[in-house]
Design a binder for this molecule. Sequence first.
Ligand code: DOR
Ligand code: ZN
Length: 336
Amino acid sequence: MSIVIDSPLDMHLHLRDGDMLKVVAPLSATYFSGAIIMPNLIPPVTTKDEVISYKQRIIEASKDNSFNPYMTLFFKPTYSREFLSEVKDKISAIKLYPAGVTTNSDGGVTGFNIDELEDTLNSMSEFNIPLSIHGETNGFVMDREAEFASIYEMLASNFPNLKIIMEHITTRESVALLDRYENLYATITLHHLLITLDDVAGGMLQPHLFCKPIAKRPEDREALREVAFSGHPKVMFGSDSAPHPQDRKEASFCSAGVFTAPIALQLLTELFLENSNLDNLQKFISTNAQNIYDIEVPKKRVILEERDFIIPNRYGTVVPIYAGEQIKYSIKEIVC
Ligand code: DOR
Ligand code: ZN
């Protein structure tokens, strides 16, 4: 039996730059029609010129694949209406990082003072630029997302015309928050559908499953699965595939990030066929995102089949999730 996915989208992706970009961009570009590209480079992407040149480097690294990189800026409360009006056609969202919560986020927002943020957020509402947020505080690691909920509520109620994307949600409470505000949406990663904290640290430590936000409890994973498998229209797939070289993962001070991009479609197919259906997978992986972001996507049909596939031990210097393990589905054909 063949399984067909049309124009898959990855609404949260880290492609990095330089040599790493050259390794990982072709992988996403082969399997996906497009992706929202995270701006947390060193230094972060904060100007129109940087957006344009980074997009060009991504297109070059993507080889001949039809793949649309949807660019983002790294949120600064100093972005003026004039600046946003000039850059709005080059970006699909602006990503807000609270300072210091994850990789390369030091220049993020400190405190969430509405007076400081409102000019930029009002202009974003006016120009219909979605605000994408890494929703964690600097609190105790298991509580960071829950502690951020009040900030989501403050932003959603004060800026009702602003589309707010709660990135990589990991808790039951975040799932519940989605339906409480019309302007809240969410991405969910593959790894948070698959693992709990037990897989990361319950036995031998698994650095390749360590990420921010950290995977939570079984009941949290259950809530994420339920809402993703239902095809909920406010929920999109965002892999948060975040490559780090093997020596930065298998180390003390291990970097946060799980690399899933090249096997995401195969594993999502398995998960959805066992727990839901292909229609809801299509919604989760493309249709919902097209509606939420109001984007046209390159046509790409990915055909999978039930055939064992051994996940490679490495892509360049990057170790993927479940390296060396056998999974049930393989890519059969990609038609553009
Ligand atoms: O695990 C993560 N890795 N979470 C993030 O938010 C950032 C990402 C990265 O850039 O490595
Ligand atoms: Zn991310």
